[in-house]
Design a protein around this ligand. Structure first.
Ligand code: COA
Length: 186
């Protein structure tokens, strides 16, 4: 069934994801938009102790999250929010940083994206998890107006858990937004 909120051209939108245009997609799997990027930490990215700046990591997380959101929506996107970012361990100059992003769930025009960051020690062949974050992106048209996106079809147990968790986090975000609005008006 076509997503009730979707008003775009599904065939055009999914032409890269599905070769057979006679059966247009009505939803996308997590795998279809999952993205990964790598970055070597340079001195310009670091504080005087040689640790990657938190703001620089947030910038990279934003880009990594946007990659998956772009691929899911086949659209321009804007970052609506970034929440629950954990800086678990420091990242040092010279480290190879890997950022992996997935769309956990798509709502009407927005998508919650999870970004997980590792440092890969290519000499020892080990990795360590250094940070994670959730971001919400909104698909927009050329005028910056929000536009609908296809839903996510989670396949694995892990993807289903993230899908359910994303729904709970959306409710919490909405409650926080309502509180913030009430404070602004009060
Ligand atoms: C995000 C933005 C497009 C929302 O536009 P809007 O006119 O407020 O649209 P709506 O209120 O109809 O919300 C559209 C969607 O955004 C979501 N949204 C809006 N604000 C949000 C927030 N702070 N966190 C998470 N989601 C948010 C809504 O839940 C809605 O999702 P849904 O359609 O899936 O239900 C708009 O606020 C904007 O352009 N913000 C600036 C974005 C930007 O410049 N980002 C870069 C950082 S400076």
């Amino acid at each position: 069934m076509i997503h009730p909120e979707y008003h775009g051209n599904i065939r055009a939108m999914t032409s890269n994801s599905q070769p057979d245009n006679h059966h247009p997609l009505t939803q996308l799997t997590v795998r279809q938009s999952q993205s990964q990027m790598a970055e070597v930490v340079l001195p310009n990215d670091a504080n005087p102790l040689g640790n990657l700046l938190g703001g620089r990591l947030m910038h990279l997380i934003d880009i990594a999250g946007a990659l998956a959101a772009h691929r899911h929506s086949h659209s321009h996107v804007v970052t609506a929010s970034m929440d629950h970012i954990d800086f678990r361990e420091p990242v040092h100059i010279g480290d190879l940083l890997i950022l992996k992003s997935s769309v956990n769930r798509a709502f009407h025009t927005s998508m919650e994206t999870g970004v997980k960051c590792w440092v890969e020690n290519y000499i020892a062949g080990t990795t360590r998890h250094v940070a994670s974050a959730y971001l919400t992106f909104v698909a927009v048209d050329h005028h910056g107006k929000a536009k609908s996106v296809l839903p996510v079809a989670p396949e694995t147990d892990e993807e289903k858990r993230r899908f359910d968790d994303a729904g709970r986090r959306r409710e919490l975000r909405k409650q926080e937004q309502a509180r913030s609005k009430a404070r602004d008006n009060g």
